[in-house]
Design a binder for this molecule. Structure first.
Ligand code: B12
Ligand code: SF4
Length: 496
């Protein structure tokens, strides 16, 4: 069967700093190919809708699968599904991915028949089974599958991360993938899942707090296959267990793989496992993202970050000592006033790190979606991208965005424009010599992307598709309310 896998367009965030390959779809592609299908992949981050319709006509797929990791992409995917069915009624259309998993039933409602099924959970095991069942009634008896007629049992986790290495050969225009000065940049996954449970995050609810790892050999083999000189390691929290990081590192060293790496981790993990990060520094670790989230103890507690402000600051010192470029995130609450923004600005100016801001957003999949008492001010999917305020703001909305953008502008002043060129002129020129212009192009884009007027104006757009209203819970949420993949403990109780 001919199968077309589609990743939607970029959102605000990735218009500026980075653009990354659709790793989830590449892994699914391997599984679908293994089942004997003819697969193509189209990434709308680097192609446009006209390309999609051309591909639809030229390749004439029997099935089209959309990846929906981000809520803000929901309207685009629904409209593409409708246009697909209007143009080629026989095409089987299905969706899956992180956000699709949390709003599966409402996607089917919005699509009014244009989406044949939504798939909850990881895609590698189930996608081939969905294709096998196309046109049959048993579709909604498959694990994780939701149709307008019913839903199958809970999705099952992939038992072995080594099994379906990403089909990177399917991603065209790979030179468009980059991460700041790491231009071009590929992605790879060494581990999957997160055992923590921060209240604002949906990584743990998706994977049921499970944590799996690739074998050192398979992880190194995958890195060796990558043509690009730079790699984004997409793990939620890198090197939770130092011994695993060392084991992969030794395989990387043995094979003489030389790349520059970006990874994300927690401050307490960096503090605990400094040696493994120092080791990876020698292997090429260049750039690190640390989830700081808040500068005060009360907010850290509210986010259930399970880390102290002191540990966060110590971790920054360690990263500096290791000589790493570091980006951190701070969560801005819509309740912030001018003084709170000013305090973050002041702090951001005193530290060398790239300080990035997101807006506290209860979205489906997070615990706060079930527990945050403040009313949502909008249900427009497009605004659930952690760059818009979906809760009431203490400041007038327009003023809130002005403060937000002014605070993000510290980053612009320190790390973009001429300042960045002074610091990274060498790598930027080397990239340019290889025809890579993604990084250089981003350096002067800040004002067109982060713009108070534009962000404020986004709230006035007509809403065609709106998120279903929340059902708040009074006590702690149950596993059934929280998780896509049920945690092992909940599975044991259910089976007892
Ligand atoms: C890498 C990453 C990114 C990359 C994007 C890469 C890309 N091209 O897709 C970048 C850095 C750009 C990014 C940005 C953002 N991200 Co992000 N990101 C991740 C991260 C860390 C890993 C994703 C990944 O590659 N995983 C590995 C692959 C193999 O898994 P996967 O893509 O999820 O695919 C699997 C399943 O989802 C499923 N699947 C996927 N597609 C399909 C399709 C079908 C048909 C089927 C059946 C199954 C299926 O099967 C795949 C294989 O198992 C996740 C955390 C996580 N653990 O998922 C957050 C995460 C997805 N991001 C998140 C957020 C909030 C964001 C941002 C909005 C803001 C931010 N500050 O991070 C921005 C905006 C996004 C944008 N489009 O601009 C949230 C999602 C929130 C939500 N529900 O909308 C997550 C869960 C992080 C979190 N802690 O909450 N992100
Ligand atoms: S924010 Fe990080 S540590 Fe917290 S649950 Fe999400 S992935 Fe895990």
């Amino acid at each position: 069967m001919r199968v077309l896998l589609v990743h939607p367009s970029p959102l605000l965030y990735s218009e500026l700093y980075l653009r990354l390959e659709p790793l989830g779809l590449e892994r699914i592609a391997t599984a679908v190919r293994a089942a004997g299908h003819d697969v193509r992949l189209l990434d709308l981050q680097v192609f446009d809708h006209a390309d999609y319709f051309r591909e639809l006509d030229a390749f004439a797929p029997r099935a089209v699968a959309f990846s929906l990791n981000y809520l803000a992409n929901v309207p685009e995917v629904i409209d593409l599904a409708k246009a697909t069915k209007a143009r080629r009624p026989d095409v089987f259309v299905f969706v899956g991915g992180h956000s699709a998993s949390f709003v599966a039933a409402e996607l089917l409602e919005h699509a009014a028949g244009a989406i044949d099924c939504a798939v909850r959970g990881e895609g590698e095991m189930i996608a081939p089974r969905v294709l096998e069942a196309v046109g049959e009634r048993r579709l909604d008896r498959l694990p994780g599958v939701v149709t307008r007629d019913g839903a199958g049992p809970s999705p099952t986790l992939l038992d072995d991360l080594d099994r379906y290495p990403p089909a990177r050969d399917l991603a065209r225009r790979r030179h468009r993938y980059f991460l700041g000065v790491l231009d071009p940049c590929a992605s790879a996954e060494l581990t999957r899942g997160c055992p923590w449970d921060c209240s604002f995050c949906s990584a743990w609810t998706f994977y049921g707090r499970s944590y799996r790892k690739a074998s050192p050999e398979a992880a190194a083999e995958d890195l060796a296959r990558i043509g690009e000189p730079n790699v984004f390691l997409v793990d939620d929290v890198a090197f939770i267990h130092a011994e695993d990081g060392f084991a992969i590192g030794r395989e990387v060293e043995r094979r003489g793989i030389r790349k520059q790496y970006y990874l994300e981790t927690r401050c307490d993990v960096l503090l605990r496992n400094q040696e493994v990060f120092a080791y990876w520094r020698r292997l090429g670790l260049f750039y690190m993202f640390l989830g700081v989230e808040a500068l005060d103890a009360e907010a850290l507690k509210r986010h259930r970050k399970r880390v102290t402000t002191n540990a966060n600051m110590e971790a920054l010192q360690v990263a500096r000592r290791l000589g790493l470029a570091v980006a951190i995130n701070i969560i801005a609450d819509p309740d912030w006033d001018e003084a709170q923004f000013a305090a973050v600005r002041e702090w951001a100016l005193t530290v060398p790190e790239i300080v990035h801001l997101t807006v506290a957003t209860p979205y489906p999949g997070t615990e706060t979606w079930l527990t945050e008492k403040r009313q949502l001010t909008t249900h427009d999917y497009r605004l659930f991208d952690v760059q818009h305020a979906v809760l009431p703001t203490r400041l007038p909305l327009r003023r809130f965005y002005e403060e937000l953008v002014q605070t993000q502008a510290v980053l612009n002043r320190k790390h973009l424009g001429w300042g960045a060129l002074r610091r990274y002129g060498g790598p930027a020129l080397r990239a340019l010599a290889h025809g890579q212009t993604n990084y250089l192009a981003m350096l002067w884009k800040f004002k067109s992307v982060y713009n108070a007027e534009r962000q404020h104006g986004d709230h006035a757009r007509p809403v065609t598709y709106a998120l279903a209203p929340r059902r708040l819970v009074s006590g702690p949420p149950t596993p059934a309310q929280l998780y896509i993949h049920q945690p092992a403990s909940a599975r044991r109780t259910a089976n007892a």
